[in-house]
Design a binder for this molecule. Structure first.
Ligand code: GLA
Length: 386
């Protein structure tokens, strides 16, 4: 009897060791399939779902951290003129602040429709749709429970030249009021040229509208308690879209020449931001869509921070970019480098189709039909100027 129980204990121990080894091998295998992308635990939502963080690194030491909640970029480093890599994107210090609303949309993927849709309504192929009203009378960034609040499935792309994450999310027919089941794929690639490339794809089973973008806020100083007013910006756009009091484009396509909105030649963001200009008053600063010159994947903007020497160039194949000067940052949260997220301590360059396109027939269409493939690409490229 005693012998039998000793034997049983030995058998149990052997099985245990075997089991543990198997587990170890499995996790090794998983790490291998993620190539040079590191995966770590990031946090747990109030519903008890665990969130993972994926770290992409290139040969220069640049790193980008992305979580599977909202496809959010929580950190992105870029070199200064002395070769020092520092985080240049705003974000929360506590994971739960991303999970509980993220009203600033820090670092998030935005969908199904980035920017505003007037009165949270549109008509498509004769049917009218009411979508989520989350910004006064309008709908903003896909509604309250837009893509920035969703869990994305993440895998790495095998045999890609550079570390690449593939994120997928399927938005149900009727989600936030939008018609059609939309399957969305976003690829994040970090190249050895210190560029973060973002490619978007989507397909639908019913006519719908799509306008995907990325909502990272940049502060190239690497110090999030400083404002971005000293950053010098250039945007390749001769026209912009004036807005009404609720930030919906009036429909006019206005020349920037001679106005505070002229960024055709590089100038500090702060230079004209306080000019006596009705549009700056409506936006509380810059919060407008610029109509980009040219088409196809092209360089559309450059931002230079003189003190650090950091430069960010933006390339996109989109017709517009929302330049937002962080006017709703209100000092309610700690930043990653100390101090609070004060007014204008970050700026966004959200590449996209124009706001409210579903209601404005003179704007490039944002409609996606079954059988068509939505495709769009944006690159944020970092370098230094000495
Ligand atoms: C966008 C909008 C802004 C603001 C921010 C989030 O960039 O254009 O008006 O809503 O998102 O705070």
């Amino acid at each position: 009897m005693r012998k039998t129980s000793i034997n049983l204990i030995i058998l149990f121990a052997v099985l245990c060791i075997f089991g543990c080894n198997k587990k170890e091998n499995q996790s090794k295998a998983q790490q291998e399939t993620m190539e040079n992308i590191r995966i770590s635990d990031y946090g747990v939502t109030s519903k008890g779902d665990s969130v993972k963080k994926y770290t992409l690194a290139n040969k220069n030491g640049m790193k980008v951290e992305i979580i599977n909640f909202g496809g959010i970029i929580t950190s992105l480093t870029a070199p200064d003129k002395n070769g020092k890599y520092e985080d240049v994107v705003l974000g929360f210090t506590r994971p739960e602040d991303y999970f509980n609303g993220n009203s600033y949309y820090f670092g998030a993927l935005i969908g199904r429709y980035g920017n505003r849709i007037a009165n949270a309504k549109f008509t498509l192929e004769g049917t009218s749709y009411d979508i989520d009203k989350n910004d006064g009378s309008n709908s903003l960034h896909g509604g309250k429970d837009g893509f920035h609040t969703k869990f994305w499935n993440i895998e790495s792309v095998k045999d890609a030249k550079f570390p690449t994450l593939k994120l997928t999310y399927t938005s149900a027919d009727g989600e936030e009021g939008y018609p059609g089941k939309l399957t969305t794929t976003v690829f994040y690639t970090l190249t050895d040229e210190n560029a973060l490339e973002i490619s978007y794809e989507a397909e639908t089973d019913k006519p719908t509208v799509v306008n995907l973008t990325q909502h990272s806020y940049f502060n190239l100083s690497g110090n999030f308690s400083k404002t971005i007013l000293d950053h010098e910006m250039q945007i390749n756009a001769d026209k912009f879209l004036p807005v009404n009091e609720t930030l919906i484009p009036t429909g006019e396509q206005k020349a920037v020449k001679g106005s505070a909105f002229d960024f055709t030649a590089s100038k500090p963001i702060g230079k004209d931001i306080s000019a006596d200009d009705d549009q700056l008053k409506k936006g509380k600063g810059y919060d407008h869509n610029w109509i980009l010159n040219g088409n196809g994947l092209r360089s559309i903007a450059k931002v230079y921070h003189p003190e650090s020497g950091r430069v960010m160039e933006v390339l996109t194949d989109e017709p517009g970019v929302q330049f937002y000067s962080g006017n709703f940052l209100d000092g309610k949260f700690d930043t990653k480098t100390g101090g609070k997220n004060e007014f204008r301590t970050g700026f966004c360059l959200e590449t996209q189709h124009f706001p409210d396109s579903p209601n404005q027939s003179s704007f490039p269409s944002t409609e996606l039909k079954p059988g068509q493939k939505y495709q769009s690409k944006t690159i944020y490229k970092f370098s230094v100027k000495k």
